[in-house]
Design a protein around this ligand. Structure first.
Ligand SMILES: [Zn+2]
Length: 95
């Protein structure tokens, strides 16, 4: 879920996180139509859908179990692994 910026209030699936840039690529969000000139990458030019990244600080997780926007909370599991879990219903978010 996006909590800030022009896409605020929308939800999408996080496709990719780029930790070194602090940004994430979110499905169907921030898609900008780009007119491209013919190039090696786009031999015929035209219009392409380009999904742009969103700053991670503008994003929030939505718990799949209780459907609440939550702040991921790190918790140690019994086997010693670290996992993120819902701060409301304790559902594990990393599997
Ligand atoms: Zn939850």
């Amino acid at each position: 879920m996006v909590i800030a910026g022009k896409e605020r209030g929308k939800q999408g699936k996080v496709l990719k996180v780029i930790p070194e840039k602090g940004r994430a690529l979110v499905e169907k969000l921030n898609v900008s139509k780009r007119h491209v000139k013919p190039s090696r990458q786009h031999p015929h030019g035209g219009i392409v859908d380009k999904e742009t990244t969103i700053a991670v600080s503008n994003l929030m997780l939505v718990c799949p179990s209780c459907n609440q926007p939550i702040r991921g909370r790190k918790r140690f599991l019994e086997d010693g692994r670290k996992a993120r879990c819902c701060s409301k219903c304790d559902e594990l978010l990393d599997r």
